[in-house]
Design a protein around this ligand. Sequence first.
Ligand code: GLA
Length: 384
Amino acid sequence: MEIEYVRSRFIKHFDGLTGAVYTSPGRVNLIGEHTDYNGGFVFPGAIDKSIIAEIRPNGTDKVKVYCIEQKDYVEFGLNEEDAPRTSWAKYLFGVCREMIKRGVDVKGFNTAYAGDVPWGAGLSSSAALESTYAYALNDLFGDNKIDKFELARVGQATEHNYCGVKCGIMDQFASVFGQKNHLMRLDCRSMEYKYYPFNPQGYRLVLVDSVVKHELASSAYNKRRESCENVVAALQKKYPDVKFLRDATKDMLAEVKDEVSEEDYMRAEYVIEEIQRVLDVCDALEKGDYETVGEKMYETHQGMSKLYEVSCDELDFLNDVAFDCGVTGSRVMGGGFGGCTINLIKEELYSTFVSEVRKRYFEVFGKRCKIYDVVIGDGARRLD
Ligand code: GLA
């Protein structure tokens, strides 16, 4: 995505003036899915696909937004009752409101934005949008007094309060904190994080997009979160210190088996195992042991498919094809219910895999999957 592309539309759509330009990326996650809202670990990295927005204060109390790709224009005020109806505009409105709640004196502005993070593909397009504007408003109206963690929380709170998704912090964290060629391990209980250089020698990461959109997944996502909270409530009767599933072991879980539904039990089992897998993968990476990394990725896929039940036929199929082609590690990535698999693959197998997966996916599902090579890039920043 080029800055000139956005700038030319901004100039044309508004009054011919230029503004400040900001960007924030989507993300991948090597391992650690549905662990963030359970106080566990995640292991994401920002990617080279992002949202770019140009912004200029307009001296009014109205926000005027042009969404370049949809050729759609929305105007809204900055009070709680001014919420727009258009779904994409809710993200911007939410960010404005959350910044105001944190004491930033947000005023009206003109803005145009575009991006190349595929929407609804599990690459956190919405977090990219939120982080772009959170970063921008902090710079333009807040003297950068809001710290980076709080900017990530602005995006998360936007999802919770204005978009109906009770998400964790991973996506917004990755979008704000991303660093070129580095993955980040975040402990979502203590919020401590560590950058891991990621230059796998002889391997690469590739995403296969099932093109199954997961837009309608928010209620199912929220339901998964409720299951986890039910199990925490049951555990707390015996172990009052347990605040998250992160604080529990599988033995502790077994003790409350009769007090929770079978479904909730399976969800919790997956989460407890997945949190451990993140730590195992970090250890393996430090030793350059990609075989172990890959094995853990396949285990995650199994868990997400059979215990957490957030996969679908298309994603299970993509995972099977990867296995058949000798891909080192493969799994559904992100919230699930559609979107991409992430694949860790030896260089020499790359082209065979890509052509095989394209062919077989089309034969079985009659639609074309998309392939994205992963390049780990930088987080939110001003561009011009
Ligand atoms: C979505 C959410 C994240 C996280 C993932 C699953 O991307 O926004 O907070 O829970 O799903 O790991």
